[in-house]
Design a protein around this ligand. Sequence first.
Ligand SMILES: [Fe+2]
Length: 189
Amino acid sequence: MKEIMFSIPYWKFALTDWEEKKKKIQVLLEQYPCIKHEGQNFLTNRRLPRGSATLFLKGCLDLFAEPLHEFTNEIKTNLEISKAFATAYDKGQEQILHNHGKSLFSAMIYVDLDPIDHSPTVYKQPFNQFDSANVCFLKLKTQEGDMIIVPSAIEHFSPVNSSSKRKTVIALDLIFAKNVGNEMKKHYD
Ligand SMILES: [Fe+2]
C-alpha cells in the first residue's frame, strides 16, 4: 500500500487593496529600479548598495506585513527578511533554474503578471517521477497581487517572456529572526 514519505507545502496569499498597493510598489520600484547586469538575461535591483537595499527591504516589509504576519502566525516561527529584491523581464528575458537556498522560505509577489501573455514561476519537483523517471515541473495558479511562499531550496525558473509587456516579481528571502528589530512582529502565543 502506498503511503507518502514527504510532501512539499506552499502558501498563497492574495494581497488586499491590490490596486492601491500596486501604485505604492511602483513608486518604490521607481526609487530602486531594476537594471540589467552583464551575464544575466533579466533586470533586477538585487545589487543595490547596502543603505538602499535596507530601505527597499523596509518598504517591502511595510507593504507586505499583513500576509507575512499571517504566514509567521501559521507556522509559529519568528522570521525576518534577509533579502528583498525585484526582478523584471522584458521581451526575450528569462531567469534560469536556481534556488534561494541560503534562506528558509522565499516569498514571491507578482507585481506585473499578464494573465494571458506571462507565465508565473515554474517549480521543479526535487525528485524524478516514480513511474516515468522524468523530471517534473509545476506552475502554480497565480495572478497579479498574489504572494506565493515556498521552501527556499525548491528550484525554479522564469520562462522567456515572449510579450512586450514587462513582468515584475518581488522576492523576499526569509530566515529565522536573529537581528533584534528586524524580526516580524510576533502574533502567536
Ligand atoms: Fe528565484
